[in-house]
Design a protein around this ligand. Structure first.
Ligand SMILES: C[S@@+](CC[C@H](N)C(=O)[O-])C[C@H]1O[C@@H](n2cnc3c(N)ncnc32)[C@H](O)[C@@H]1O
Length: 227
């Protein structure tokens, strides 16, 4: 089923056709979008574009050209519709796993919001991050060094149920200079509430209870710069 939505981010209005089989822009998506730096004239990779929203915002923030990839054909179809809907003409869509569609290229900025839901059993690929939630996240981070220009930057979120400290340590171990661009928190949704016992067993997972007694995850958006 297709629904329409409109988001105002950084003073820009983005209109989206939402496909129920494609990741719907979330709290994390919006915090990344709010945190993006000026991208004037830059060559950008949006890895795992979903609806295309971060590519649309990157274009509005001045990026010269954006390559938007996804492992899902359906997501790319939805992104293509949304690019047209917002009159964006400097985004190229490519199908494939992780960095495979951009093999041999290098970017000024890589933006990614990887699936991070930790689950012992598979979930839809737009949300499943493997048993500990880090399967795609770690692969995006570890391989980013091969796809960034010498002064390039990786913009990547992490939620506390997959280990915020783990991400900052990994980025530093890879030689990145790390800065926090955005911070927030959100209560567990229906799927995470069902997974709570599993999450409680994960050594790096961490969450807190708000004043209403709801479990909440924290979220950090990192900017990792090549030194
Ligand atoms: C959490 S969604 C984020 C979508 C969008 N960037 C946003 O922030 O709203 C993750 C996206 O990554 C895609 N994805 C999952 N595994 C992938 C992989 N191995 N390679 C490329 N894309 C992948 C999913 O299909 C999904 O569209």
């Amino acid at each position: 089923m297709i629904r329409l939505a409109s988001f105002t981010i950084r003073g820009f209005t983005v209109k989206l056709l939402l496909d129920s089989k494609v990741y719907r822009p979330s709290y994390t998506t919006k915090l990344i979008a709010e945190s993006l730096p000026d991208l004037s004239g830059l060559y950008v990779l949006d890895l795992g574009t979903g609806s295309g929203i971060l590519s649309i915002i990157a274009s509005m923030l001045g990026a010269r050209k954006i390559i938007a990839t996804d492992i899902s054909r359906r997501a790319l179809k939805n992104a293509s519709e949304n690019l047209k809907y917002n009159n964006i003409d400097n985004v190229e869509l490519r199908l494939g796993d992780l960095y495979e569609p951009v093999y041999g290229e290098s970017f000024d900025v890589i933006i990614s919001n990887p699936p991070m839901t930790p689950s012992p059993t598979p979930l839809p690929s737009y949300t499943w991050g493997g048993v500990d939630g880090r399967r795609i996240l770690d692969a995006v981070i570890k391989n980013s060094v091969n796809y960034l220009k010498s002064n390039g930057r990786l913009i990547i979120p992490t939620i506390s149920i997959v280990g915020i400290e783990k991400t900052s340590s990994l980025l530093r171990d890879l030689g990145f200079k790390v800065k926090v661009l955005g911070y927030g928190y959100h209560s567990f949704g229906r799927i995470l509430l069902k997974l709570k016992e599993h999450i409680d067993r994960l050594p790096s997972a961490e969450y807190f209870y708000d004043v209403y007694g709801r479990p909440c995850w924290r979220l950090v958006v990192y900017e990792a710069s090549v030194r």
